[in-house]
Design a protein around this ligand. Structure first.
Ligand SMILES: [Zn+2]
Length: 301
């Protein structure tokens, strides 16, 4: 629990710049959106913590999208934690979900680091441009022991940019601080070391409980920092009846009919937002005979 009650900038991301040092930064704290994301789920503490870290990281990383699109961070594994996927759009509409093997969960696992919890795992970063439907996908090695380690390594390799990421997560809020060295020379040769060292002193409760202005003051009151107006983060699920219809087309008409016969209808729940999509016999006949309007393949999952 956070001790600070004065927090006013909920569900916001702030960008900032060290004017003399060629370093940019972001601070985010996500509250109501995070609570909403958990509302359909009853995650064990450790899963909730790691999913929260991915939510904060995905908001921080999406701030670099320069087009209408989204960034998805997906962690897959064969351990007790099998999947975490968080999608954040360039306008900070975000959604996320985690899956785990319930039978493998016990109290001891609450001490496990993310790498052991995932087991044999990979991290996949997907950047999608909505207009052109172009997709870029990068596979991230799980180097290190934390989500920050994995993502810092990814940014180093993919962008050649030194980046430090600090993440915090509890049941009420998730937060993050990102520091990134921009290309080009700085007048102040020691600045990166100094700024990241100070950054590393940030405590989880500060990231989760203080306003961006206070955090910057605590860490960097001796530096020239320019804080920009914040942007709002909101919950956005991109599920739709069309997408579920496309998904249903991937099972055979016969299988769909069998389900209808057995259960009366086909009911598909969105794992992200909990919305239920129902299809009855007439819908199913329509789906499989509707050749006049072929589905848009780009919206398939
Ligand atoms: Zn949904």
């Amino acid at each position: 629990m956070t001790d600070f009650v004065m927090k006013s900038d909920k569900d916001k991301i702030h960008r900032f710049l060290f004017d003399k040092a060629n370093i940019r930064g972001e601070i985010t704290c996500i509250n109501d959106v995070w609570m909403h994301m958990q509302s359909n789920h009853n995650y064990p503490d450790i899963i909730r913590q790691y999913l929260g870290e991915v939510v904060a990281a995905s908001v921080l990383l999406s701030a670099t999208l320069k087009f209408e699109g989204s960034m998805t961070i997906q962690a897959n594994g064969d351990g007790a934690l099998t999947l975490m996927v968080v999608e954040c759009r360039n306008d900070f509409g975000v959604r996320g979900v985690a899956k785990y093997q319930e039978s493998l969960f016990n109290e001891e696992l609450n001490e496990t680091d993310i790498k052991d919890l995932l087991g044999n795992g990979t991290l996949i970063i997907t950047i999608e441009q909505f207009k052109s439907k172009e997709r870029y996908q990068g596979i991230v090695a799980l180097d290190g022991n934390s989500m920050s380690d994995f993502l810092e390594g990814y940014l180093q390799r993919s962008e050649q940019l030194e980046t430090r990421i600090f993440l915090a997560s509890d049941e009420n809020a998730v937060g993050g601080l990102l520091l990134q060295q921009l290309p080009g020379q700085s007048d102040d040769a020691d600045s990166w070391e100094r700024v990241t060292h100070l950054g590393s002193t940030i405590k989880s409760e500060e990231l989760l409980g203080l306003d961006a202005k206070e955090i910057l003051h605590r860490l960097y009151h001796e530096e020239d920092v320019r804080l920009f107006d914040p942007e709002s983060i909101y919950f956005k699920c991109s599920c739709s009846r069309d997408k579920v219809t496309n998904m249903l087309r991937s099972i055979s008409h016969q299988d769909a009919s069998d389900i209808i016969k057995e259960q009366g209808n086909i009911s598909v729940d969105c794992e992200f937002c909990g919305k239920t999509y129902e299809f009855d016999e007439i819908d199913i006949v329509g789906i499989y005979t509707d050749n006049a309007q072929p589905s848009d393949p780009s919206t398939k999952h």
